[in-house]
Write a protein that binds this ligand. Structure first.
Ligand code: ATP
Ligand code: MG
Length: 195
């Protein structure tokens, strides 16, 4: 089956963050990697930090192109994007503390973020993908569980949420690699200027 005619790419749409947010996320990563249970986690490379709006999975280049076009049109109809501000928690076990699949900074629900996720979903359906069954829950993954975590594994106690500013939305190609995924931007969408 494999061959040029059937070539697909693994793609996802994500929010990218500004330097301040990335440096805070980087500091979280360094602190977590020093935990005694750190080896049970596959840590995300600091260059790969993002918030997934929609994972497309394997799509044809034509589908990726149509997705980008549809998203671009929809995005132009959302007002005030440059003001998009997100409130981000310190690292948490996600989706549940008892059976974590990832460690992530969670993002508080926000009308504009929901609107972006809704558009990202509508465009996926438009190019023929199945509807996402799970509700959108914004998070920035820092690491993924590789082995079961020790029962007493705990995150640093920290309740303070921080405001963060996304800089752009990017449609990425993801190439999986034993040493970590490699992301390449296929198309970037500006959110306008914060100034
Ligand atoms: P790896 O799979 O090697 O750990 P990765 O998860 O970073 O790397 P991908 O699996 O290509 O790379 O996923 C890209 C992004 O999409 C990641 O943020 C991932 O968490 C998210 N993602 C992957 N699968 C799904 C899914 N089924 N639903 C929602 N988001 C997903
Ligand atoms: Mg993955």
């Amino acid at each position: 089956m494999a061959g040029i005619a059937h070539a697909t790419l693994r793609a996802f749409l994500a929010l990218d963050f500004d330097e301040d947010a990335l440096s805070l996320l980087g500091a979280h990563l360094r602190r977590l990697r020093a935990m005694p249970w750190a080896n049970a986690i596959r840590w995300v490379s600091p260059d790969n930090l993002h918030l997934t709006l929609r994972f497309l999975g394997d799509v044809t280049p034509t589908q990726a192109e149509r997705y980008a076009e549809a998203f671009d049109v929809g995005l132009s109809q959302i007002a005030g994007l440059a003001k998009l501000t997100l409130s981000m928690t310190p690292p948490r076990f996600f989706p549940t503390p008892s059976r974590p699949r990832v460690i992530a900074c969670l993002v508080e629900d926000n009308p504009m973020l929901s609107e972006l996720a809704k558009l990202a979903e509508a465009c996926a359906v438009r190019i023929g993908l199945n509807r996402e069954a799970r509700p959108f829950k914004g998070h920035i993954t820092l690491g993924r569980t590789r082995d079961a975590l020790p029962r007493d594994a705990a995150l640093p106690r920290d309740e303070t949420a921080t405001l963060v500013w996304p800089t752009a939305i990017t449609l990425y190609q993801s190439r999986l690699n034993p040493r970590g995924a490699i992301y390449t931007a296929l198309r970037s969408f500006s959110l306008g200027s914060h100034l």
